[in-house]
Design a protein around this ligand. Structure first.
Ligand SMILES: Cc1cc2nc3c(=O)[nH]c(=O)nc-3n(C[C@H](O)[C@H](O)[C@H](O)COP(=O)(O)O)c2cc1C
Length: 363
């Protein structure tokens, strides 16, 4: 993209991150953001991101090593800030429904998981020790002493906000930049501030309000699929965009066939918000599991318990290629998905953005 068009705030952020284009491939935990995807995006001038939220410290280290083999350019690693689940015992009706599905899919009954084998700090230690240029996170704010360690090592730190109040907290914590996650976004809502309720603010309204309130760069996210979405976001005052769904249909992403087919055949009304898979609200393409669990919405145990309970079902569905029980995460722009390589996508995004800018600027 031609920098002559860019306001200073965009240049500042891309220089700080060491990238050529203000385009970040969203971290996508659970498989899609493979080292190949991350490196291809970074090699094409964007910022590739490893979605490491569900990975063990050993897996994170291996992922970082692989990305570094494939690119010499900056990339980011993303983690989930841990939450204390206030649900200890799952609801009987939810368990019964999950058991019915388990029988249908031929997997064992859902089991309440034991204590985790590693902590958030174990995961973060890998990032601190492996010369990672950018760390991003969602679902909360790291403790002050951990933020201090990250910033002391010169790591750029990017947090996720779904409302202005959360953005201000991230700025106060010392973040380098903030992802403004609009309600159009695919995957989990990053909401973490209980007083904010359940913010469902669209990106068009959220980005400028956050830009007005904070001094650090804001990165627009949610429903951005092409050059029009990028230029619109930059016009709202964003310094960059973070795109998830658009990268899911790249050949380097690890997305099982039924999910990919659903991405490529969806329309504007195909996605819904659901807490059925994980106990935390997330946007994905409607399927039987979401529909049949919806009557139990208020009984579903909170994240991460429901996520563990539904995991055997999701894994079995993935193995069998059964879209009815897979979490088909996608944002509201899914119908604009394109099947191509990550480099082709970045090149198209850059050239489309330039075209839109020229059309807007040249009388
Ligand atoms: C499949 C998928 C997985 C995601 N996983 C993560 C994650 O691990 N960490 C994170 O911060 N955001 C995650 N997100 C949310 C993205 O950061 C971003 O907010 C979202 O993709 C933007 O909306 P879009 O998908 O419409 O581009 C995920 C999104 C998708 C679609």
């Amino acid at each position: 993209m031609q920098s002559k068009f860019w306001p200073d705030q965009i240049i500042r952020l891309i220089e700080q991150l060491g990238i050529s284009h203000p385009i970040i491939q969203a971290p996508m935990a659970g498989g899609p953001s493979t080292p190949e995807l991350v490196a291809a995006v970074s090699n094409a001038g964007g910022l590739g991101s490893i979605g490491a939220g569900y990975l063990s410290p050993e897996q994170i280290e291996a992922g970082i090593r692989k990305v570094k083999e494939l690119t010499k350019r900056p990339f980011s690693v993303n983690l989930f800030i841990p939450e204390i689940s206030n649900t200890v015992e799952p609801d009987d009706k939810v368990l019964k429904k999950l058991e019915e599905f388990s029988i249908e899919l031929g997997v064992g009954p859902p089991e309440v998981p034991g204590p985790p084998k590693y902590t958030f700090e174990d995961q973060l230690a890998v990032i601190l020790d492996n010369d990672v240029p950018v760390f991003s996170f969602t679902f909360g704010v790291p403790e002050e002493r951990l933020m201090k360690k990250l910033l002391e090592r010169g790591i750029a730190v990017i947090g996720t906000a779904t409302c202005v109040e959360e953005g201000v907290l991230l700025q106060e914590a010392g973040c380098t930049a903030i992802v403004a996650q609009g309600s159009e976004a695919g995957g989990h809502r990053g909401t973490f501030q209980a007083t904010a309720g359940t913010p469902m603010i669209g990106g068009l309204a959220l980005v400028p309000q956050l830009v007005d309130e904070v001094r650090i760069p804001v990165i627009a996210s949610g429903g951005i699929m092409d050059g029009r979405g990028i230029v619109a976001s930059l016009s709202l005052g964003a310094s960059a965009v973070q795109m998830g769904t658009a990268f899911l249909s790249c050949v380097e992403a690890a997305v099982p066939g039924p999910w990919l087919d659903s991405l490529l055949s969806s329309k504007d009304t195909s996605t819904v918000l659901t807490n059925a898979f994980s106990g935390k609200y997330a946007r994905g393409i409607k399927n039987r599991f979401i529909e049949e669990m919806s009557s139990l919405e208020n009984e579903i145990p909170h994240y991460p318990l429901q996520n563990s309970l539904s995991r055997p079902l999701r894994n079995a569905a993935k193995e069998k290629g059964d879209r009815d029980f897979m979490s088909l995460w996608a944002g509201q722009g899914v119908a604009m998905s394109r099947k191509c390589t990550a480099k082709e996508l970045i090149d198209m995004l850059v050239s489309e953005s330039c075209d839109v800018l020229e059309r807007l600027l040249v009388p």
